[in-house]
Design a protein around this ligand. Structure first.
Ligand code: GN1
Ligand code: MG
Length: 357
């Protein structure tokens, strides 16, 4: 039984208490995440990190703890209660480690659940878009003095376009005739956009756009809000590592401005909401503008298009590989996610001239 298993893990963090109920959180595509309630009425998030995807889990957890400590230091003017609502807190094991490795070789970490917080899968008002922008801007601003080389590269080349194209080409060469023919339209779209989608990577490679601490998974469901829709805390810091601002800006826009969920099958519901884009930009720049160069700002709109493309490309690649990376709920889930992302790019492209900052 899962409860027994979770309790045997939890005992390494606290052996005077026990889990009485749990919910598995379904929104992540990689890790197994549980919301747990204990006998002593405490609430936590217990997470098993996917060590197939993340090759150095202790290094990953160390990144997360370093960044939380840095943020706590920056926000030390807050009361202890407020600080726990604003920054992720990791619970140590009884041995003083930040994770527990079980007998099957799986890694677990425990975080304090932030009470009174909510997440959104899609956005339905400009306030949430604005507050999301402000919170992400705050995260990047407060980590801008943290030396990115003190973090490990959790997944090397994570948002690197050439790397993602290499994986795509390899998948193309091995894919079944059936999947190739079902994905045909999207395979062509990928090749049509290839040159434009390398522009930002080239600016990064030339050093014109600098590396900083980035979150790398800034989708809207990774931002906690309070019940008044004010941004509270950025979560899921698994992929915090050196990167460029365009990735974080772009991945937030990808999910905030999509009028539907990323796997919505009815493509007529998938549109790029330019009002939410403007609201996000306003909130983001309020916190972040002093840190950004004119060149970084100029390329933010293309950063949004590029990140949507990268996700479309990765979903397509996984579909061609017979779904080995992302969790899927049905046979064509990855293809539907890919179609959705390319529909979003089409709608964004129609409005691209309005996205200039
Ligand atoms: C994955 O598992 P989750 O939801 O945190 C993925 C992200 C994608 C996201 C798409 C390590 O994140 O890059 O943007 O799915 N994480 C990894 O929803 O590949
Ligand atoms: Mg993630």
């Amino acid at each position: 039984m899962i409860l027994n298993k979770l309790n045997s893990i939890y005992a390494y963090f606290n052996n005077n208490d026990e889990i009485i109920s749990f919910d598995q959180l379904a929104s992540g595509h990689i890790n197994d995440t549980y919301f747990i309630k204990t006998k002593q009425n405490s609430f936590f998030i217990l997470q098993q990190i996917n060590s197939g995807v993340f090759k150095d889990v202790p290094g990953l957890i160390n990144n997360k703890v370093l960044i939380s400590n840095h943020l706590k230091d920056k926000k030390k003017h807050l009361s202890p209660i407020e600080l726990k609502r604003r920054v992720l807190s990791f619970v140590k094991t009884l041995n003083g480690a930040n994770y527990h490795k079980d007998n099957d070789g799986n890694y677990w970490n425990l975080m304090i659940y932030i009470k009174g917080s909510i997440t959104y899968e899609t956005v339905s008002c400009e306030t949430v878009a604005y507050e999301g922008g402000k919170l992400m801007g705050d995260f990047l601003n407060l980590t801008s003095d943290f030396n990115p080389s003190n973090l490990i590269d959790v997944i090397p080349n994570f948002h690197d376009m050439s790397f993602r194209f290499n994986q795509f080409n390899e998948a193309l060469s091995k894919a079944s005739e059936d999947r190739l023919s079902k994905a045909n339209k999207y395979i062509k779209l990928v090749s049509d956009l290839k040159e434009e989608m390398h522009i930002i990577e080239n600016l990064k490679a030339s050093g014109d756009i600098k590396l900083r601490v980035t979150h790398n998974d800034t989708k809207i469901s990774n931002i906690l809000f309070d019940l008044d829709k004010k941004g509270l805390c950025v979560i899921d810091t698994d992929t915090v590592m050196p990167g460029i601002v365009h990735y974080d800006f772009g991945d937030a826009i990808r999910t905030i401005c999509n009028t539907a969920a990323e796997d919505e099958k009815d493509l007529s519901k998938v549109k790029f909401n330019i009002g939410y884009y403007d609201a996000y930009v306003q909130g983001f720049l309020k916190e972040m503008k002093p840190d950004l160069t004119a060149l970084e700002i100029e390329y933010l709109p293309l950063g949004a298009k590029t990140m949507i493309f990268i996700m479309g490309l990765r979903f397509l690649t996984d579909y061609l590989n017979n779904d080995t990376y992302y969790k899927t709920s049905y046979l064509e889930h990855n293809l539907d996610r890919c179609k959705n992302q390319f529909k979003l790019i089409e709608s964004l492209t129609e409005q691209f001239n309005k996205m200039k900052i």
